[in-house]
Design a protein around this ligand. Structure first.
Ligand code: NAD
Ligand code: MG
Length: 389
């Protein structure tokens, strides 16, 4: 049996550590060849020993120097640094699948390099498709590498679309939990705190994506992500609030019937699907217990509660660099909210104002997107104090 060698970018994060638990459960199928993170090297020592990992990379050179000097890693472990180090880990000759799970856009260059080197990419970082979908999907197409979605909704749709002719698909339906403030009175939203926003009802995730769930900017990013992954325009992608997070998404078929994919709310399921595809083996996460009553609800999202969703749709319709502007402004806004410098409702306001202030264009090269990203961050940072508490 062939053992797949995996590299994890973002190995210390929520997706990264869940990936380790999936690999741990399938030692006859999967192994870890490389691990990369930003700076928390101590959290990589255990996995490096447990999985016999030969190469570790830290984006932060000071952290890499500390890790080398510590002597904590097994003798012979190579400790690389910087973007070049991350890229080397992603392109290691023995690696066949790269789990791209760096929060934000710092994983873009290593992920593009991996795709060009014909590595399959299990993509968690939706930001990369939002920012540079054109270039990421092109790199995969040119080399023949597979782009496998880790994001639970997209993974569900990927599973539902397998072996279906494109003409059978009328619409995609992304489910959303509705986040921490699904039932908070609208008038109270202005005063909710970062701590409250971080208490997600169903999922345990990194802080950025948890805040994005509360504003549903996350679902907006996912509409754009789905557009690139499945080559479907945003106006054929619906969003429904499904509070239980058990239906991970649906497809509407040409005859009007719908198909859904259900599993418990654990990222181990979609991660394992990407790593073992097309093989199915027991997943190391709880099962749905159908001996218990199960209620599955669906309601349409209220635009007044979730203005970020409409803004993302507008950015998707504009196209070009507009989704990158949306993403950059949202990152600035979330950071300001977390730092107590922007009210929760200021996130959508700041994103909207930045989208109006930055002119979108059709990018001919990746550099133009990176320039739009930088410009948007600057403009959003300038506008933020005006919307402050
Ligand atoms: P997290 O905050 O828990 O972890 C982020 C990881 O990225 C860490 O390992 C950190 O070291 C690494 N990192 C950050 N900046 C870096 C840099 N400059 N260079 C190298 N590494 C860097 O985040 P997460 O929740 O695991 O999310 C990761 C990605 O997956 C995000 O794009 C998120 O939207 C997506 N995602 C997450 C979930 C989830 O359940 N957590 C679900 C769907 C999609
Ligand atoms: Mg998701």
């Amino acid at each position: 049996m062939h053992v797949r060698a995996i590299a994890i970018l973002g190995a210390t994060g929520s997706i990264g550590t869940t990936t380790l638990s999936v690999v741990r459960a399938h030692p006859s199928r999967l192994r870890i060849a490389g691990l990369a993170a930003r700076s928390r090297w101590r959290e990589l020592v255990g996995p490096a020993k447990e999985f016999g990992v030969g190469v570790v990379a830290l984006a932060d050179p000071a952290a890499a120097a500390e890790a080398r000097a510590s002597g904590a890693f097994p003798a012979g472990t190579r400790i690389l640094e910087g973007l070049a180090g991350l890229t080397e880990v992603a392109c290691l000759p023995e690696v066949s699948v790269v789990v791209s799970a760096v929060v934000g856009t710092a994983g873009l260059a290593p992920t593009l390099a991996a795709l060009k080197a014909r590595k399959d990419v299990a993509l968690a970082s939706k930001e990369l498709l939002v920012l540079a979908g054109k270039f990421v999907t092109e790199a995969a197409r040119v080399s023949g590498a597979r782009l496998l979605p880790v994001d639970s909704e997209h993974n569900a749709i990927h599973q539902l679309l397998r072996a279906k002719p494109k003409g059978d698909i009328a619409r995609l339906v992304l489910t959303a939990s509705g986040g921490a403030f699904r039932d908070t009175p609208l008038a109270d939203l202005r005063h909710v705190t970062p701590d409250q926003a971080l208490r997600h009802p169903n999922w345990s995730m990194g802080p950025k994506v948890t805040i994005d769930s509360a504003t549903m900017a996350n679902k907006g990013l996912e509409v754009i992500e789905a557009g690139w992954l499945f080559d479907v325009p945003a106006d054929r992608i619906d969003v429904v609030i499904h509070p239980q997070s058990i239906i991970h998404s649906l497809v509407t078929l040409a005859d009007g019937s719908l198909q859904a994919l259900l599993s418990p709310p654990s990222m181990a399921y979609p991660i394992q699907d990407c790593l073992l595809f097309p093989e199915r083996l027991p997943c190391p996460a709880p099962r749905l217990d159908l001996a218990q009553a199960l209620t599955l609800g669906m309601t349409p999202p209220d635009p007044a509660r979730y203005p970020c969703l409409g803004l993302a749709r507008a950015a998707a319709a504009t196209g070009g660099t507009a989704p990158a502007v949306f993403n950059a402004a949202n990152e600035v806004a979330v950071e300001a909210f977390m730092a107590g410098k922007l009210p929760f409702t200021g996130i959508a306001e700041l994103v909207g104002r930045t989208l109006s202030a930055v002119t979108a264009r059709e990018p001919a090269a990746l550099d133009e997107i990176l320039a739009a990203d930088a410009e948007s961050r600057l403009i959003a940072s300038g506008l933020a104090p005006g919307l402050g508490l």
